[in-house]
Design a protein around this ligand. Structure first.
Ligand code: ADP
Ligand code: MG
Length: 523
């Protein structure tokens, strides 16, 4: 479904005047700082633990960005299907084996280690068959001929999907500025009805509460004999600057659901996590009282990237995976969230197997994707296409968190360097799988042009929001699912993230400084 809505010129010129810009920026900043729309301040040296007593406001836009209503609603409607799809994929052992063993584990040490844990636990027998997912499906507007705009998926996130809580606050900030009159007489579409409420924070908390309550219900008889209530464990990074995005979930879990949360790093867990009994109940030590506490649900806000692991962190990940706690996500889910799985799903007939008649709707949201294995027909086609027109593609490795993709003119030199290394390895009698097989190739999404935005960023030495003339938006929709091999127990969706970045920047990460948190103005 293409939208024929043309997008208004943005941002409205009246907001660019020095005095108005400065006054609205001041209101936006103070709202952000007052309501916890913040990050920890940047540490003095990269990699250090950030100061624990200082914050700066998150990077935000001064006003919402126009986004076609039809496409926004389409993304919302797709989410329950995507939730179901990824739940099913994670339960399909054959699918996981085929995507991993054909190529990925031979060329990607990180995925290979995750896969080894999955195999170990499978062999031993899983103690907890119920799994939890908190997802974010990311999309961009695609307007190839300028005459219609389509919704196209960038990627599907299954682990540590972030920014829902901070975007919920950004939404509240844009609504506050609207009510305050900051957007008066700027553009007729700037009204409350076009600014959707954001329920992302609620989706996270409800998803984790579903998992926790299921665990408690399942172990009710055992708990009747214990006095301490189980907790939800957040596994976090010591150097995290985006802690308040996570704390908002913790606070809602306590306030609304009376579910306590303990935050620990892999390193801390390595010292105190242990498994008990035949069921392998996960116990940790409360950092406050040092008393032993049972864990109902393990929620990962780390563990998605090789830098998150030391050798002992890998041991801890295995302990957590073997345990009876419900994992959000399990290793199986993390593996099917790989870029490789996204590419395999785009191959003919694969989606149909899981979604039947709904497959078409989901397929329409895909860009073209190819494997890079030069021994397959699709892989050969990929190499030919990218050699002819590298400017139309992005090459993606099996990584999360931004900063790893190779774009356009950088692709061919990167492929040439990989081939060179392959030859050296072969000459030394090494592994014969080609390095490029660790990547997938994707057609570039072509964003509508000439649309600007006003960025409000801390530490920029300016009282005014900064005009970014050519900006692009990425919409994320949140979902939360709880499922067992027998059935989907809960399938929730709701809430969004809009990220906006300068067109010049290929990458999209807010945390890595490329993009800012925005909200959609439905037109
Ligand atoms: P990561 O797991 O690192 O977040 P993504 O697949 O989300 O990887 O890519 C990172 C960013 O690169 C996205 O946020 C988006 O801005 C840009 N990007 C990714 N794929 C495409 C594409 N096909 N067309 C245009 N931009 C893309
Ligand atoms: Mg991404």
């Amino acid at each position: 479904m293409a939208s024929d809505t043309s997008l208004p010129d943005w941002p409205p010129a009246e907001l660019l005047g020095d005095l108005r810009n400065r006054s609205v920026t001041r209101d936006a900043r103070d709202f952000a700082l007052s309501t916890g729309l913040v990050y920890r301040a940047v540490p003095q040296r990269q990699g250090d633990i950030p100061p624990q007593d200082t914050t700066i406001h998150a990077p935000i836009t001064l006003l919402p960005s126009p986004f076609p209503r039809q496409l926004f609603e389409k993304a919302e409607n797709l989410q329950p299907l995507y939730n179901k799809l990824y739940a099913q994929l994670s339960l399909d052992e054959k699918f996981i084996k085929s995507i991993m063993e054909d190529t990925v584990v031979h060329v990607d040490e990180f995925q290979a280690r995750l896969y080894a844990i999955w195999q170990t636990v499978l062999k031993e027998g899983v103690s907890q068959s119920t799994q939890s997912g908190i997802f974010r499906s990311d999309y961009m507007m695609h307007s190839p001929q300028q005459d219609g705009i389509q919704l196209k998926q960038v990627e599907f996130n299954v682990i540590s999907s972030s920014f829902g809580p901070l975007c919920t606050k950004t939404s509240a900030m844009h609504h506050y500025l609207l009510r305050k009159g900051a957007y008066d007489a700027l553009h007729p579409s700037l009204i409350k009805e076009n600014m959707p409420e954001n329920h992302a924070l609620e989706t996270y908390a409800a998803g984790l509460a579903d998992a926790h309550n299921h665990y408690v219900e399942e172990c009710r008889d055992a708990h009747a004999q214990r006095s301490v209530k189980p907790v939800v464990l957040f596994v976090v990074q010591e150097t995290e600057r985006n802690s308040f995005d996570q704390r908002a979930i913790e606070m809602l879990l306590i306030e609304k659901y009376a579910i306590p949360v303990i935050r620990l790093t892999f390193e801390e867990l390595g010292k105190t996590a242990s498994l008990h009994g035949r069921a392998r109940i996960l116990m940790i030590q409360s950092p406050a009282t040092h008393a032993p506490v049972e864990v109902s649900t393990v929620y990962f806000r780390t563990g998605y990237s090789p830098e998150d692991y030391t050798e002992s962190a890998w041991d801890t990940r295995l302990t957590l995976e073997r345990s009876h706690a419900i994992k959000c996500p399990s290793i199986a889910l993390q593996l099917v969230g790989s870029k490789k799985a996204q590419q395999v799903l785009a191959e003919p007939g694969v989606l149909e197997k899981y979604l039947g008649n709904d497959a078409d709707q989901v397929r329409h949201s895909f860009m073209q994707l190819w494997p890079m294995d030069p021994n397959t027909k699709l892989g050969k086609q990929a190499h030919r296409l990218v050699r002819e027109h590298p400017e139309n593609y992005v090459l993606k490795p099996q990584r999360e968190g931004g900063g790893h993709n190779i774009y356009k003119k950088d692709i061919l030199p990167a492929l040439d360097a990989m081939e060179k290394r392959d030859k050296q390895r072969e000459a030394q009698g090494g592994n014969h799988v080609k390095e490029c097989e660790a990547y997938i190739l994707m057609s570039l999404i072509e964003q509508p042009e000439h649309r600007g935005s006003l960025f409000v960023r801390a530490n920029k030495n300016s009282d005014n929001a900064e005009l970014v003339k050519d900006s692009v938006n990425e919409l994320g929709i949140y979902g939360a699912v709880l499922y067992s091999p027998e059935s989907i127990l809960k399938n929730r969706s709701g809430g969004y993230l809009l990220r906006t970045k300068s067109k010049d920047s290929d990458e999209g990460g807010v945390a890595v400084g490329f993009s800012v948190i925005d909200t959609p103005l439905l037109v």
